[in-house]
Structure formats: structure tokens, C-alpha cells
Design a protein around this ligand. Structure first.
Ligand code: GDG
Length: 539
């Protein structure tokens, strides 16, 4: 097997996902190393895999096979094996069809209610079937008596049934990290029945919310004419059920709370507060006082600033000066997303621009730190989205900037976790407004970084997290006016009221961590398979 040369304990739990939690770094000369991946799945199950020494993770390596010789592949495998990971190597056309094609161009948009973006292409469907089969073949020699297999997400919907055919009694779970659409949307997929049959190979089928679970059950009823009982159990054969339930995912609360207090995160937070004029800093103390902004504003309005600069008694200037006396303290707005069209970045930027227009008193006094991590850059739709976001940021900055203030700080690189937590901690308001999102971990991470402190959350009603974080400013992410108003209110809220809301939400997130999520799912899986076995013995 892949593990011959490494000291790895024979596994009890095998996690299977499209990508592994670590990616290859370095090269043959410097030696291969592995770095932690960014993204919801790695963040959520990574900690479980790290602490459970008997847990093995199987997934695509993400590397281009053509770049390495056999010897190098061997040492890459060994590097992965030391992290209890088994990498799969896929050829270029396999990646194009299964990953970029069917997973990203068909299932991702369809499941996020973007049916107009979904591509239905028989050849990518063929490759999706083929790669799911490759996963099944790779797993076959790894699975032993007593193991449990937990398959993740929409990339591997056929795998449960493929494994079931090989291992009729293997306890197997499948969890979907994205929404499951309504049956009316789902039925438009030409291969809808095949995918449902594939998933139903699992004993336990998990979703983030009761709504997604209900959509799945309705689709099974509509398309396969099988009805679940009141406990969400779908009868499969005489001796097996597939049970459907909701398991809302959580975060490692203490990790985010702790990281936000690390020296680096604190330094980052301080830097942001200085630059935004929230805290007097060495470099920006004079240029960003309320009065100098008011002066700059009056001068900018006049256009020919040099002719007025020396004029003491300009009426606009006098007005601006008296307004400066009533200015609010400066504020920071933050957001962290993968640059994905489901995250609603253009809509959010329009709402931010609208707020500066509708409430000009915020000009010079609110700075938006927008971290948009690159994602799926080789897909056209994502490239267009990047252009659109670049343009909107440019337009807003161009239109509203003062001499000493820029409204949006835009970062399109991936940052390590400490600066990310620094950004969260610096935010008086977090704007988390996806158009559709399975759960959304960012909202929860922001709150953990504000443990026991103030800081407001503006949250889309189109994500799973909105079911739990009910004290947030909940908005329809398509409604620019509503988002603009919610942002304004979130900026105006008193620290005491925002703390009160946060404490309620934080208590809920603390009680449902990522570790508990994994444990709950696996317990439930153990239970449904034991029940199944008991039933079988009875017959
Ligand atoms: C899928 C579902 C579901 C982002 N940029 C950086 C960075 N991140 C981290 C965040 C967060 C994660 O990535 C993103 O998680 P989300 O939940 O917001 O979204 P998806 O990636 O779309 O995840 C989603 C999730 O799976 C889990 O089931 O909630 O609905 O779509 O953890 O912090 N982390 C670092 N640097 C960055 O630049 N270090």
C-alpha cells in the first residue's frame, strides 16, 4: 500500500474528501514539506484528524503528476504518510472533468441556487464517475474490518454506493458542506437520480441545517419515490436504512479566541486602528484627526484646493470645522472570504458605497478592510468576478477618498491565521453577506475573536449560520438599501448592546465546536449502524 514505508497505525476512522488538509510545499532539491490548507473543510475537520492518532485522511494531492518522476512521487507519498494522509494523484484531464468541470461548474452553482451558471456537460459527468471510482479503488485496500469511513462533500456523491458494493457492512457517513437545493432546482440536473443513489449508499447522511435535509428527503421522494419515516430513515434494502439528519458545523472557538490575543494578531489590530484613525498612531496621528478630515473634505469639494488652502474664512471650512466637533469616533469594518461568487462581494461593496453616499458623516470615519482570498483562479467565472470586485473597489475608493483617507483596504492574498484573527479583532463590524452559503464559518470566527467584547455582525439570511446567530443584524444580501441600513445601525450600536448580543451568540458557538460536531456525527453514525446491525440479527 501507500503506507508501506511509514510508521502509521492501522486506521479506525478514514476521512475521505476531495482535497487533503495539507498541500505540498517545497521541491525535490529543498525537500518536500506540507502546509496547512485554508478553507472551511480543513479548518473544521483538521483538528479532529490532528488529535486522533488512529485517523487516516484520503484525498486528491492537488499536484500535477507530470511535474514529478517516480522517485519524487515516492517521497511525496512518504511526506503525506507521516501526516497520516494518503494522497491520490490525478491526471490533467481527470482534474479538468471531475474537479473544475462537474464539481465546480455544475454542482457548486446548482447547489447554491445559481442554476443559470450551472453547466450540464456529459463528458465532465463521465469524468466525475471515473474519479469517484478511482477513490473507491484507492480505498479498497485501506479499509479493514472495524473501520468507519466518513466521506465529505459534493465532489464524492457517488463514492458511498461504490464502497457499499465492495463493503456491504462498512459503517459509512457522508456530509454535505454546501446547501442542498430545493427539489425544483435539483431536478434540473440530468443525472439527479444517479447522484441520489450514490449518496444513499451511506448509513448516515448529514447536512448543516434541517432545511437542506428536508430538501434532500423531498428530492428522494420526488425522483426515487422512496419516502423516509418520521425519524428521517430511508428504507434501502430489507436490512439497511440511510438516515438523514442535520449537524450544524462549528469552529475551534478557543483557538480563535487565543489567536486573536497573540502578539502578532494584536500588532495587526493596532496597525489597522492606527491607519483607520481609530487610535492615534505614530505616522497618522495628525493627518487623520477628525478636523483634518473635515478640512480635507471641504477642500476636496471646492476642487481648486490650493487657492483656498490659505483662506482662513472659507464658509465650507467653517461649517466643516463645527461639524468636526460632533464627529463620531472612527470605525473599522472587516470581511474575510474566498473570492467566490456565492459570497456576495459585489453586492456588499455596493451597499458599503451606498452607505457612504447616504450617510456622508461616515466619510473619513469608517475604513473597510476587505480580505478576499484567491480561489479557483483558473475558472473563467472566478476571473470575471475578480475583475468586477477590483473595479468596484476602485470606483468607491476613487469616488469617496479624501486626501488623508481611503475607504477600502483591499487584500487579495491568502494570509496566515494570526493576521486574519488580527483583522477580525480590529473590526467594529463584520460584514458577512453571502448570497448562499452552507454554514459560513467566518461569522463564527469573528465572534470568537471578540470573546466577551463588543463588535457587531451583519449577517446574510441566506447562510446556515443565520439559524444560530439570531442576534446579528440579519439582512437579505440582495437588498442594497437593507444592507446599507444594517451596516449603519451596526456602526451606531452601543458597545453594551453589542456585547449583550455577542455573549448570547458566543455561548451558542462555544457549546457547538468543530470537535463536538465531528464527535456528534460519528456518535450518530455509530448509533444508526448498531441499530442496523441489531435489526439484521433479529431477522
Ligand atoms: C465550505 C462551505 C461551510 C479564508 N481566507 C483565509 C482564511 N480563510 C478561512 C476562514 C474560514 C474558511 O477559510 C472559510 O470558511 P467558510 O465557511 O466561510 O466558507 P467555504 O470555504 O466556502 O466552506 C461553507 C464550510 O465549508 C464548512 O462546512 O461553512 O458554507 O461553503 O475558516 O477563516 N484563513 C486563512 N487565511 C486566509 O486568507 N488563514
Amino acid at each position: 500500500t501507500f503506507l508501506d514505508d511509514a510508521e502509521v497505525v492501522v486506521s479506525r476512522l478514514i476521512i475521505v474528501s476531495n482535497r487533503l488538509p495539507v498541500s505540498l510545499d517545497g521541491d525535490a532539491e529543498r525537500g518536500f514539506s506540507l502546509r496547512q490548507n485554508v478553507g472551511g473543510l480543513a479548518t473544521a475537520i483538521g483538528p479532529y484528524h490532528k488529535v486522533h492518532r488512529d485517523c487516516l485522511w484520503v484525498g486528491w494531492s492537488g499536484i500535477d503528476l507530470d511535474k514529478y518522476d517516480a522517485e519524487q512521487i515516492r517521497s511525496i507519498r512518504e511526506a503525506y504518510a507521516r501526516r497520516r494522509c494518503v494522497p491520490l494523484f490525478l491526471a490533467h484531464d481527470e482534474v479538468a472533468g471531475y474537479y473544475s468541470g462537474f464539481s465546480n461548474d455544475t454542482l457548486w452553482p446548482l447547489f447554491h441556487d445559481f442554476s443559470h451558471e450551472a453547466v450540464f456537460e456529459p463528458s465532465t459527468w463521465g469524468m466525475y464517475q471515473h474519479v469517484n471510482r478511482l477513490f473507491a479503488q484507492a480505498l479498497e485496500p485501506l479499509v479493514h474490518e472495524g473501520d468507519t469511513v466518513w466521506i465529505q462533500d459534493y465532489h464524492l456523491m457517488l463514492l458511498p454506493q461504490m464502497l457499499r458494493e465492495r463493503f456491504p457492512r462498512l459503517p459509512m457517513g457522508w456530509f454535505l458542506h454546501v446547501p442542498f437545493p430545493s427539489p425544483e432546482i435539483y431536478r434540473s440536473l440530468p443525472w439527479n437520480r444517479e447522484l441520489l443513489d450514490g449518496v444513499l449508499g451511506a448509513d448516515l447522511i448529514g447536512f448543516h441545517t434541517v432545511d437542506y435535509a428536508r430538501n434532500f428527503l423531498s428530492s428522494v421522494e420526488l425522483l426515487l419515490h422512496i419516502r423516509a419515516d418520521d425519524e428521517g430513515r430511508i428504507p434501502m434494502t430489507t436490512d439497511r436504512y440511510a438516515t438523514v439528519d442535520a449537524f450544524p458545523i462549528g469552529i475551534d472557538y478557543d483557538l480563535y479566541k487565543r489567536t486573536a490575543r497573540s502578539t502578532l494578531a494584536k500588532a495587526m489590530k493596532r496597525g489597522i486602528e492606527e491607519v483607520s484613525g481609530k487610535r492615534p498612531g505614530r505616522r497618522y496621528a495628525t493627518s487623520l484627526t477628525a478636523e483634518s478630515n473635515a478640512v480635507a473634505e471641504a477642500i476636496t469639494k471646492e476642487g481648486t484646493w490650493w487657492s483656498h488652502y490659505a483662506h482662513e474664512e472659507l464658509p465650507e471650512l467653517t461649517l466643516a470645522r463645527s461639524a468636526a466637533a460632533e464627529y463620531k469616533p472612527n470605525k473599522v469594518v472587516v470581511s474575510v472570504d474566498r473570492l467566490d461568487y456565492t459570497k456576495g462581494l459585489p453586492e456588499r461593496l455596493k451597499a458599503f458605497g451606498r452607505m457612504l453616499e447616504k450617510y456622508p458623516e461616515w466619510t473619513g470615519h469608517v475604513t473597510y478592510y476587505l480580505l478576499a482570498t484567491p480561489s479557483r483562479e483558473n475558472v473563467d467565472t472566478y476571473r470575471h468576478l475578480k475583475e468586477q470586485v477590483d473595479q468596484l473597489v476602485g470606483q468607491i475608493n476613487g469616488r469617496f477618498s479624501l486626501l488623508s483617507w481611503t475607504p477600502i483596504h483591499y487584500i487579495t492574498r491568502s494570509l496566515p491565521i494570526k493576521p486574519v484573527c488580527g483583522i477580525y479583532a480590529a473590526g467594529d463590524v463584520a460584514l458577512v453577506t453571502p448570497l448562499r452559503d452552507g454554514m459560513n464559518l467566518v461569522a463564527k470566527e469573528y465572534l470568537a475573536c471578540h470573546d466577551g467584547r463588543d463588535g457587531s455582525l451583519v449577517l446574510s439570511d441566506m447562510c446556515g449560520a443565520a439559524n444560530e446567530l439570531t442576534e446579528a443584524f440579519i439582512v437579505n444580501p440582495y437588498d442594497t438599501e437593507a444592507m446599507c441600513e444594517a451596516l449603519h445601525s451596526a456602526l451606531e450600536i452601543s458597545p453594551a448592546e453589542s456585547r449583550r448580543r455577542n455573549i448570547a451568540m458566543q455561548a451558542r458557538i462555544k457549546a457547538r465546536t468543530a470537535a463536538q460536531w465531528s464527535a456528534t456525527f460519528l456518535d450518530a453514525l455509530g448509533q444508526v449502524t448498531n441499530e442496523g446491525l441489531a435489526d439484521r440479527r433479529l431477522r
